[in-house]
Design a protein around this ligand. Sequence first.
Ligand SMILES: Cc1ncc(COP(=O)(O)O)c(C=O)c1O
Length: 426
Amino acid sequence: MTGDSLALHGGSPAVTARWQQDWPYVGPEEISSVTRLLESRVLSIYDRSGIVADFEDAFASYHSTDGMPPFALSHNSGTSSLHAAYFGLGLGPGDEVIVPTYTFLATVTPLLQVGATPVFADLDPVSLTVDPDAVRSRISPRTRAIVVTHMWGHPADMASLVALSTRHRLPLVEDCSHAHGATVDGRKVGTFGTVGCFSLEGHKALAAGEGGILITRSREVYERALMLGHFGRRAKDEVLDDSLRRFVDTGFGHKYRMHPLAAAIALEQLKRLDDRNERRRVNLEALSGVLAPVPGVHPPRTASGMTRGGWYGYKPRYAAHELGGLPLARFMTALRAEGVQVKKPGSPPLHGLPLFRMTRSIGRDLALPWAETLAASEPPLWECPTADEVYPQLMSLPTFSGDCSTVIAQYGEAFAKVTARWRELM
Ligand SMILES: Cc1ncc(COP(=O)(O)O)c(C=O)c1O
C-alpha cells in the first residue's frame, strides 16, 4: 500500500473499510426502558423517586469508596451540575477559582454565573490535563477553589492536586465529563475532590441524551446544590440545614431536574459502561500501536497507574519538524484524501477567548448580569504558553468503538503512506 501514489495525487486511498461509529450505544434495554416509562406517562419527577432515584443510587454506588456511596444529584446537563457544584461550594463575587485553560468552556462558564473569577492554569503537554505546578503558581489570598478536568478521559495528576488542595484548604472540583469510569490506582475519578461533575450529553461515555450528575461526600455542598436547581418537593424532603429550609419552596432560582427519560437511558448505559470503556480502550490502544512508529505523529499516552475511562477524544500530537516542517493543515489534507477522518480538535484553550477577556464596560454594554464582577479595565492576561504551543499541534481522530480492527490497521497504513511521501506535499 505504501508503494501507491498519494490519494491526493491520484493514487488509491489507503482506507477502504466501511465502518460505522457505534456510538452512542442504544440497545434494546435502553429502548424498552424508555418505552416502559412513556407508557407509564411518568415524564416529570419532582422528588427523589422512581427512575431518577434508581439512576442516582446506581451512579452513587458505582462511585462508592470504602463501601460508602457519595450523595448523587442528577441534572438536566453537565453545565447545570457544574453550576450547582460552584453554588454548592458557596463561590461568589471576589472569589478566584483556578481552572484549566484546556477544557471545554462549560467547565468555566458557570463560574461567571456565580460571579466568581476564573484564573487560568496551563496544561501538562503529555496528559493534556492541568499542570499542578501551574495551579500552584496561581494560588493567591483570593483563591477559593481549584477545578480540574480529566481531559479526553485522561485523569489529572490527582496525587499532586489533592495534596495542593489539602495544603491550601481549597475545595477541589473534578469535571469528569470526558472520563466516566476512569481510574487512578483503581479509584474512580470524581471521588478525589470535594465534588465530581459529569456531563451525560449524547456523545459521552455515559450518554443520557442530555443530562448531568454531581457526586459529593459533603452534605453541606449537596444541600446547597440541591437548593439551586431542585426546589419544591425534593428540597423539602432532603434539605435539613435550618438556614436553607425556609427557602425550600422557592429554592434559589433554577430548575435543573433531570428528564426521567434521560435517567432511564443513563441507568441502562451505566450497566455497560465498564465494558464499553474497555472495548474503546482496546481499539484506541491498537490505534496508538499503529501510529507509534510513524514519524511526526505522537499518539496519546496514558500514565501508568491510570485508566482513561470514557476516552472522550483521541488527540495525537503532530511534530512538523519531524516531517521537514510540513504544515499540519497540508498533512491532514493528504490524510483525508486517503480516507482518514482527521480534523482539528474543538475546545481551544480558554484563556484567550473573548468571553474571558471581557472588561466591565463591555459587560455593561451587553447588559450581562455578571458585568460588575469583571475587571474594570484590561483583565489580567493569564499566560499559558504550553497550551498555546501544544493545542495547534493536536489532531482529532475518531474514538473507534465497536469492531474496528480493519479500519484501524488501514489508518496505520494511511499515516505510514503519507509520512513516507511527505516531500511530495511540500
Ligand atoms: C469537560 C466538559 N465539561 C462540561 C461539559 C458540559 O456538559 P453539557 O453539555 O452536558 O452541559 C462538557 C460537554 O461537552 C464537557 O466536555
